[in-house]
Write a protein that binds this ligand. Structure first.
Ligand code: FAD
Ligand code: EPU
Length: 296
């Protein structure tokens, strides 16, 4: 691949990806770069697209299963895009796509800015959360998005208004890398926002295996039901293949017991899907994004 105008010093070659994901699984990237600002990000993205190489956008890696052989294309990490700025009357917050969603949630709660507190405990970047329309029972992140700044394939940037984006369950129709997000929040008493935040994190910790490596819920919930309930009722809690195991705490989490490979996870996924289809006639759909099987 010819990416000649990008200095060699910016790239990591043969960059290990497992440690850049919460699953701790997967091979290396042929090339990885974390551009230091939005303009550089957009330029490098356009150049990689022009070179015809597969391009993968990496946030916090908390919804990713990376194949054991890694990826042969270019991985663009948003880790360098972490700016944060309040504007207008102080309720519109602009954040770089690589900022930690958890840090943003706690920062806004402390300042009495309400609207994101129920998302506490989702371990993603802001850009990844918006691309996935991450959410909980109480609502999803798209409900608070005023607009997003996105890189285009010609090296430019464009804005998409939140109201023009199709927000679906765990997806948003945004093409190209998200560089920054503007949230519309509301004023409330810090003590009340923080109380809701603490209630949400307490509930999450009691229901989910938050201290074990995973990519969160592995499957989407089927309409009107919970994948976790179905997998549990199929008797699959604790079922394992190699180092991959169906969590004994929450059956929709596949956890890495330390030495799992992507092949282990996919084999376990297959067992789970077949059993749930046999027992309940329900076809489960993966929520986790798989590289290199599908690009961003
Ligand atoms: P990544 O995993 O890095 O990427 C996910 C996808 O988004 C990839 O396709 C990637 O290419 C794309 N992407 C990432 N950044 C960008 C960008 N800037 N522009 C364009 N595309 C991008 N999810 C929920 O919805 N609700 C939950 O309650 C929840 N709980 C979780 C709990 C645990 C313990 C874990 C490990 C995960 C949980 N998740 C949950 C899943 C995950 O945290 C979310 O999907 C998160 O928003 C993903 O963000 P990320 O930055 O880690 O994205
Ligand atoms: N349940 C079981 N056994 C289990 C797990 C769950 O019987 O092992 C039952 C519960 O008792 C409950 C029902 O299933 O009656 C729903 O469970 P839970 O409240 O844990 O919610 P969920 O539907 O499994 C969803 C999201 C989570 C999100 C929580 C909280 C999906 C796929 N999962 O889980 O999101 O944190 O609600 O709002 O939509 C994620 O997407 O990665 C994720 C973790």
């Amino acid at each position: 691949m010819d990416l000649g105008s990008i200095p060699d010093t910016m790239w990591l070659t043969n960059a290990a990806l497992a440690d850049r994901t919460t699953f701790r699984i997967g091979g290396s990237a042929a090339r990885l770069v974390a551009p230091p600002d939005e303009q550089r990000f957009a330029e490098i993205y356009a150049e990689a697209v022009r070179a015809g190489t597969p391009v993968y956008i990496l946030g916090a890696g908390s919804n990713l299963l990376i194949g054991d052989a890694g990826v042969s294309g270019v991985v663009l990490s948003t880790a360098g895009l972490r700016s944060r700025r309040l504007s207008g009357d102080g309720t519109r917050l602009r954040v770089g796509a690589g900022a930690s969603l958890g840090e943003v949630v706690c920062w806004t709660a402390r300042r009495g800015l309400a609207g994101l507190e129920h998302l506490v405990g989702i371990p993603g970047s802001v850009g990844g959360a918006v691309k996935m329309n991450a959410g909980v029972r109480e609502g999803a992140i798209g409900e608070r998005v005023g607009r997003v700044r996105v890189a285009t394939t010609d090296g430019g940037v464009e804005f998409r208004e939140g109201q023009d984006i199709a927000w679906r369950y765990r997806s948003a129709d945004i093409d190209g890398p998200i560089l920054a997000v503007e949230f519309d929040l509301e004023r409330d008493k810090p003590v009340d926002v923080e109380a809701r935040l603490f209630a949400a994190i307490t509930e999450r910790r009691s229901a989910q295996p938050v201290h074990e490596p995973s990519a969160g819920c592995f499957f989407k919930n089927p309409p009107g039901d919970s994948a976790g309930r179905l997998i549990d009722a199929s008797g699959l809690k604790g079922r394992s293949v190699g180092g991959a195991c169906v969590s004994t705490r929450h059956a929709n989490f596949i956890v890495n017991r330390g030495s799992a490979t992507a092949a282990d996870v996919m084999a376990l996924c297959d067992i789970v899907c077949k059993r749930v289809r046999r027992d309940f006639g329900v076809s489960l759909e993966k929520e986790v994004c798989c590289w290199p099987y599908a690009t961003a």
